[in-house]
Write a protein that binds this ligand. Structure first.
Ligand code: PRP
Ligand code: URA
Length: 215
């Protein structure tokens, strides 16, 4: 897939990130390690996705002298995990920005139609004033991501971003068609979806692997 025609899509490229995503892909990786590595990946991806945060110069005093130095300023943030699997990325992101608010959107994919269904939504009251980073490890058909962004817009969100760990080409195409202006940060771009709309090679069901709900 040629991502160069999508200026708002960023496919990250770092050996440590690739290594950690390979650990997630391995079916012998247990729940404990899986959860820890998802958190580490969220920190790495968050670091990149937040690189446009504005800074302002504030005066401080080092042990040597007074100086003006950059501090993150202005815009306040909100992270919104798509339940369940997105929850695994929240701790990593809030370790980067402890003052960020966290909203929650609950969506599950119907096993037959693969369409997302909403079952939960709780968002900060001042969403319209925040940079909103929606997070979910998997972008498969793109249906869940698109529904989440649509829901957030209905609740007033104006500044949206999306961070995933693994994306399928089909999901990226659907995403940029629906939301060409929303920055999309991807850890790995996989080959395709299978007949059950699972990402290949992927990592399986991210929610089940994070929470250990399937043997
Ligand atoms: C997974 C994943 C995404 C969605 C991606 O969640 O975490 O939310 O599927 O698929 P899509 O791009 O085709 O919509 P799932 O619905 O399995 O729920 P879970 O997190 O509770 O397991
Ligand atoms: N959701 C997942 O958790 N994994 C996939 O491969 C596709 C959707």
């Amino acid at each position: 897939m040629d991502l160069s025609k999508y200026p708002n899509v960023t496919l990250l490229d770092h050996p440590l990130l690739k290594h950690k995503i390979s650990i997630l892909r391995d079916k012998t990786t247990g729940t404990n390690e899986f959860r820890r590595v998802v958190k580490e990946i969220a920190i790495m991806e968050g670091y990149e996705a937040l690189r446009d945060l504005p800074t302002e110069l504030l005066e401080i005093e080092t042990p040597i002298e007074k100086t003006k130095q950059p501090f993150v300023s202005g815009k306040t943030l909100c992270f919104v995990p798509i339940l369940r699997a997105g929850l695994g990325m929240v701790d990593g992101l809030t370790s980067l920005v402890p003052s960020a608010k966290v909203g929650h959107i609950g969506l599950y994919r119907d096993e037959v139609t693969h369409q997302p269904h909403e079952y939960y939504c709780k968002l900060p009251y001042d969403l319209d004033q925040r940079e909103v980073y929606v997070v979910d490890p998997m972008l498969a058909t793109g249906g869940s991501a698109i529904d989440a962004l649509t829901l957030l817009q209905k609740h007033g969100a104006k500044h949206l971003h999306f961070i995933c760990i693994i994306a399928a080409p089909e999901g990226v195409e659907a995403f940029v068609k629906a939301y060409p202006d929303v920055p999309l940060t991807i850890g790995a771009l996989d080959r395709e979806l299978n007949e059950n709309a699972y990402i290949c090679p992927g990592l399986g069901d991210a929610g089940d692997r994070i929470f250990g709900t399937v043997k």
